[in-house]
Design a protein around this ligand. Sequence first.
Ligand SMILES: *[C@@H]1O[C@H](CO)[C@@H](O)[C@H](O)[C@H]1NC(C)=O
Ligand SMILES: *[C@@H]1O[C@H](CO)[C@@H](O)[C@H](O)[C@H]1NC(C)=O
Length: 365
Amino acid sequence: NGGMCMHDEATVHYIDMIDQTTLGHRFIKEEFGQIPRIGWQIDPFGHSAVQAYLLGAEVGFDALYFFRIDYQDRDTRNGTKELEVVWRGSKTFGSSADIFAGIFPKNYEPPPGEFYFEVDDTSPVVQDDPLLFDYNVEQRVNDFVAAALAQANVTRTNHIMFTMGTDFKYQYAESWFRQMDKLIHYVNKDGRVNALYSTPSIYTDAKFSTNEPWPLKTNDFFPYADNPNAYWTGYFTSRPALKRYVRMMSGYYLAARQLEFFIGRSKSGSTTDSLGDALALAQHHDAVTGTEKQHVANDYAKRLSIGYKKAEELVSTSLGCLSESGSNSRCSSPTTKFVQCPLLNITYCPPSEMNLSQGKSLVSS
Ligand SMILES: *[C@@H]1O[C@H](CO)[C@@H](O)[C@H](O)[C@H]1NC(C)=O
Ligand SMILES: *[C@@H]1O[C@H](CO)[C@@H](O)[C@H](O)[C@H]1NC(C)=O
């Protein structure tokens, strides 16, 4: 989706979704002069209507693609060719915020029929040297055509998408591309189907050009169950401390940015950038969700902490400047030092403690 990460849609605050998408899109715009047209949210654990209308249609996307919806819903849609829909995520905005949404028939992996080509995968490679005993071009073409026709059977219009990869693949990309090059070549020579390297944008354009009337979807795709008794609902509350930290930092970031605007963005001093980056990463569907391993959760928290430290300096300076009479937007080193207490959850705040024997606060500032 062109954000800094593929954000979660269930446990995030919508402001954080907007911020992390903005950061990513700004980077892409600066580097490549383009903004993505497609929301590629293939892995979050269920999907929200807010994603559809606000982070989809309102962001300017033409389509959203994903795969994790309730298994019973998927089975039904598979049977009625309703995996591809027009999603109306907002009752308020109605058809003005509709977006085309494509749900994959099974998952985001290659189609059934042995099309995995990582170096250590066991799918048969396309052997097109007729002098070798494992020559198998016709067989592999038939496998490909069968997979295409099976998917065409549950898909409206003549276009289907094969997602040729999955998590952790392309560690040696040539092993995939050699096979896909051959499959495309021999399948097109056979002529029963036409295969091409494509993109979600090209696919979406092909869908739009048919004038097919798509079924309408309203509301969320929550809760997500991928099997009977396998409901992905625990993550709404797991790792509550990390969730709280993200939410606290999110509010702090919003306030800090307003102060940053007020005193002007400093070129050399502290900014909110580091906190913005850390917060963006923390919206990942294996971050704020709590579905990551402990050492990964620690890494997210550490980045938030580092970002907070930098933002804290900026906030202290800004508050100092604001509180001093005669200060102006050029103020950079106020005499008043504001100290903040991030550990109030464990009732720890040195500036508020008194050393009664001397009648002084324990910290000089
Ligand atoms: C979708 O339906 C077809 C029959 O039309 C069936 O062969 C296929 O297994 C179904 N796919 C899934 C993922 O249920
Ligand atoms: C397509 O669906 C029809 C009707 O369910 C079925 O008879 C046919 O075998 C299917 N074709 C493929 C290639 O899956």
